[in-house]
Design a protein around this ligand. Sequence first.
Ligand SMILES: Cc1cc2nc3c(=O)[nH]c(=O)nc-3n(C[C@H](O)[C@H](O)[C@H](O)COP(=O)(O)OP(=O)(O)OC[C@H]3O[C@@H](n4cnc5c(N)ncnc54)[C@H](O)[C@@H]3O)c2cc1C
Length: 319
Amino acid sequence: MDWSLLEKIGVAAQPHALLSDYTTFRLGGPCPALLTCQTPLQLEQTISHLSRNALPFILIGGGSNLVVSDDGVDCYIIRYYTPTPLIQQDHSRLTVSGSTLLDHLAEFAAENGLEGLTCVTGIPGTVGGAVAGNAGAFGRQVSDTLESVHLIDKKGHKKEACGNDLQFSYRDSILKRTDEMVLWARFSLKPSDIVRLKQERQDILKLRREKHPDLTAHPSAGSIFRNIEPTSRAQKRQAAGWFLEQAGAKRLRCGGAVIFDKHANIIVKGNGCRAQEVYDLAQKMRESVQEKFNLDLVREVRFVGRFDGMPQDIKEIIW
Ligand SMILES: Cc1cc2nc3c(=O)[nH]c(=O)nc-3n(C[C@H](O)[C@H](O)[C@H](O)COP(=O)(O)OP(=O)(O)OC[C@H]3O[C@@H](n4cnc5c(N)ncnc54)[C@H](O)[C@@H]3O)c2cc1C
């Protein structure tokens, strides 16, 4: 495939790229080509190019919620990601590209005395990935302050939607089912005290350093399973990590895939770890909770590509 048209507008094309270089788990085999788009215009043009040539693709952001198969994928990968924040401020509204890192947005908001995004401080990945998965922490999530988004579908059709149209729920939005992608997002925040916001940010970063794996030493994709939705018996959302700990999951391992010692819901990449071993360990974790509590844990991470043991009726590339 000739990528020169896209390269002229600044899209970086890497044929046969290894997905392990673009995921925080540092796992995953090759794809036919990986196309990195930093700006909404680059993303629009890349999607039209692939769509015109009937080339299948999937979009990733920071790759921080993905486990990619060791065999890789047979479709193109668009990586919508920029290390340079693309943020426009209009009083207390921030309009940001889906490719901007979520933590860069949280930092910008705090430094400009705007409240509403401090809770997402330190969450890896992009704004687009965070909107699609309604990322959050401390009982708050991006949907709380999201006003509207500019979306594009796989054929290149664009539309604007308000936050309410995205059917947000805990770690979920309709975007996971429609395959529409976030070009831009607009957040409506509240003016607040800069010094307090910056302090809150530092406190959260410290807490995350203590509780979460340092990705350079322990690659991972964060929590494997979602927390448990409230039932009539328990009105609060319950931590999946608690159930896993009680079920003895911390003793489990599969080859190089091991459970993070500080958190039973996180798998980290040990020596020689393969993506298949992460898949197998996640199955074992789920079974341990099923056996002890008769409870079905729901995955939060997305498995991309084919894995042994995956149900035959799963046809999608991202599961
Ligand atoms: C150490 C660690 C800690 C974490 N802590 C948290 C936490 O506290 N809270 C939390 O919610 N998550 C957490 N996560 C998980 C992860 O960071 C979030 O889910 C994040 O929002 C994923 O964004 P991403 O850009 O990396 O998406 P990716 O992993 O690249 O993709 C995830 C999904 O989002 C879709 N997507 C990506 N970009 C777009 C876009 N522009 N438009 C539409 N869809 C898109 C992809 O197609 C894919 O289906 C953690 C992960 C790690 C590794």
